[in-house]
Design a protein around this ligand. Sequence first.
Ligand code: ADP
Ligand code: MG
Length: 436
Amino acid sequence: MAENGFLIAAEGVTKTYQTPDHSGRLVLDRIDFRLKEGEIVAILGKSGSGKSTFLRVLAGLTPPSEGRVVYRGQEITAPAAGITMVFQTFALFPWLTVLGNVELGLEAQGVSRDERRVRALKAIDVIGLDGFESAYPKELSGGMRQRVGFARALVVNPDILLLDEPFSALDVLTAETLRGDLSDLWVEQRVPTKGIILVSHNIEEAVEMADRIVVFGSDPGCIRAEIPDTLVRPRDWASPGFRQIVDQVYGLLTTTPQGVVGRRARGEVGAPDAGIGYRLPSASIQQLIGLIEALCYPPYSGRADLPHIAEDTQISDEDMFGLVEAMQLLGFGNASGGDIDATPCGQAFAEADLQHRKQIFADQIVKNVPLVAHIRKVLDERPGHTAPETRFLAELEDHLSEEEAQRVLETVINWGRYAELFAYDYDRGTLSLENP
Ligand code: ADP
Ligand code: MG
């Protein structure tokens, strides 16, 4: 039995990663969280808000910098047996069959050969892979491979399952089927698992699966809100109760207190990575233009319900979070309570022709994105008006991880090129001022 009515708890968990300039990067800020026995909790939050880090800390794979994790009454200090993670994609061994890949989960535990086989066959059966025991990974579709991953996780009879976006790499129908099968296993108690934490970037998936939804805020990662989800199962995506929770979560994920996005990016309010190191959302120009046009023209005419316009424009939730952040950052729109309004500047952009759009876009990014202003200044001052991209990458890495620095640089190059503020030579890896 779980002591004190919870399976696992995070108490004041803080996580700081080292940065090249040694200032440290606060990724999780005093997280208090409890998972009760029999509960599925979904975690939603923007990319980079620390969701994966939080799961790793819960699993004992990464130590917290402060605070502690308590699992069944014991503080966790090493990877905990009983807690298993499932990832977006699995590294399956290509030279092992499905059976071999699943048995692997048990080898580390010193389970005898015969028992390994029996348990692996059962896990394969439970997850709907029977008939494929002797198949090799290359013979399987993405959905089937992900099932092998689940079987490998389930074969150890995990007490707690930590699912890190396990359906994200699958197409919509495959994801739906696998999600449904997992729900059935859970509801019919065909797995001994006592609690599940599901990180997702799909709001509907979270509302369908969870008993409680935890919304993470970013910079630093923290728990911004918790929403109970007590809808009767099986859940109908079209029911008013379901839509109401989707709307509420959408609102929480896209609303930032008035003006804070822009002020934070410009370094005017105290965020750890304000200024040039602001983690720009990876919003593509094409999607941004599509969204602004849809928003400003009928039927929306300047104001839209975010879940509605996302569906109309076929923009995924994850892309939408980035786009809405970019809209606010650039002064094209304001989001609150799950709605978005176009600003006069956004309207002007929608109505302008191509050249004027570029002009408006250029003005807005120079004004609101310090990194753009910085790149322009460097290029203006350098003889030849050229600089290697590695120079900016190194500066960004003082604030962001390598991967994020790369992503932010790609975004800013993409935006700057559209605005015709600077040019980029892919082969040389250089930025330069556009030839007049
Ligand atoms: P999410 O899963 O919500 O997208 P992550 O937990 O992956 O967020 O990352 C949160 C932040 O921590 C990001 O800024 C990421 O770059 C940083 N980060 C994650 N792992 C490491 C690491 N091992 N070293 C340094 N920074 C890291
Ligand atoms: Mg993650």
